[in-house]
Design a protein around this ligand. Structure first.
Ligand SMILES: Cc1cc2nc3c(=O)[nH]c(=O)nc-3n(C[C@H](O)[C@H](O)[C@H](O)COP(=O)(O)OP(=O)(O)OC[C@H]3O[C@@H](n4cnc5c(N)ncnc54)[C@H](O)[C@@H]3O)c2cc1C
Length: 229
């Protein structure tokens, strides 16, 4: 595959590193094809490393589908060894447990993501309440992170995390490419946006053209009553 590389990406390939890949393939000659977002996410480029070995790539957590069950099995060999007492490394004096970690975004089967359309910190609680009701994790676009409604680790997209949950609910999110590359492999996408022409609808299975404030409280109420009943 002939690929024209921008100087910035070409330089990374020469050092054996690529930008975070969104797909990896091998061509017939066994060359690794690395599919990466480039130029601020405006294009998707396929790059190769023709001259130097080993070929290396980094991938964002969650971007690759895990193929199970793995058919290959390794051979377990028992190797005898002796470890002198002084070589045991650090001694554990005390274990202090921190706050239990929230459900990691990349592992959540349900992700409720909010965008700039949520409007303020107070209404952001509706996103958190919906996530709690559904047992899911909260994700965000960049503006809510910039505003401090959400944490940096909750950002989904090109500069954030990649998720592929069973259900992704996008609320008040326009669907710009920088965000969509981090969620468009979700199995089912439901979007709520008051703009009927919002780009997020192009990657959605169910669309609600409405002010989220009219829908989300009803959703939370309905889910809670079903769980309780
Ligand atoms: C290099 C680069 C990297 C970036 N990386 C990322 C990234 O990783 N992740 C990311 O998310 N962004 C990223 N961005 C920013 C990205 O380009 C967009 O600005 C961002 O995704 C837009 O977020 P948004 O959809 O929440 O906001 P907006 O685009 O402002 O959309 C808000 C939406 O809310 C809707 N809305 C408003 N009020 C309501 C209401 N009451 N009810 C329902 N809908 C309503 C509006 O119709 C609108 O569609 C990056 C940008 C750059 C330049």
């Amino acid at each position: 595959m002939g690929v024209e590389l921008a100087p910035r990406i070409a330089a990374k390939v020469r050092t054996g590193l690529s930008a975070h890949c969104i797909d990896l393939r091998l061509d017939r000659e066994g060359r690794l094809l690395q599919v990466v977002p480039g130029w601020g996410g405006g294009v998707v480029a396929t790059i190769t490393c023709p001259d130097h070995r080993p070929q290396m790539a980094t991938v964002m957590p969650g971007i690759m589908k895990i193929i199970a069950p793995l058919e290959r099995e390794g051979e377990i060999k028992e190797v005898a060894f002796e470890l002198p007492d002084g070589d045991l490394g650090p001694e554990v004096v005390e274990i202090k447990r921190g706050e239990p970690e929230k459900l990691p975004l990349e592992k959540a089967e349900v992700v409720i993501a909010g965008g700039w359309g949520i409007g303020n910190r107070e209404d952001w609680r509706m996103i958190e309440d919906l996530a709690t009701a559904l047992g899911g994790a909260v994700g965000a676009t960049r503006p809510p992170v910039d505003e401090g409604w959400a944490e940096e680790g909750q950002m989904i997209g090109q500069s954030g995390k990649t998720v592929r949950p069973n259900l992704y609910i996008a609320i008040g999110i326009s669907g710009l490419m920088h965000h969509v590359v981090g969620m468009d492999r979700s199995k089912h996408v439901i979007s709520i946006n008051k703009d009927p022409h919002a780009d997020i609808f192009e990657v959605s299975d169910v669309m609600a053209v409405e002010d989220f404030r009219k829908i989300v409280p009803l959703l939370i109420k309905e889910i809670r009553s079903r769980l309780e009943g």
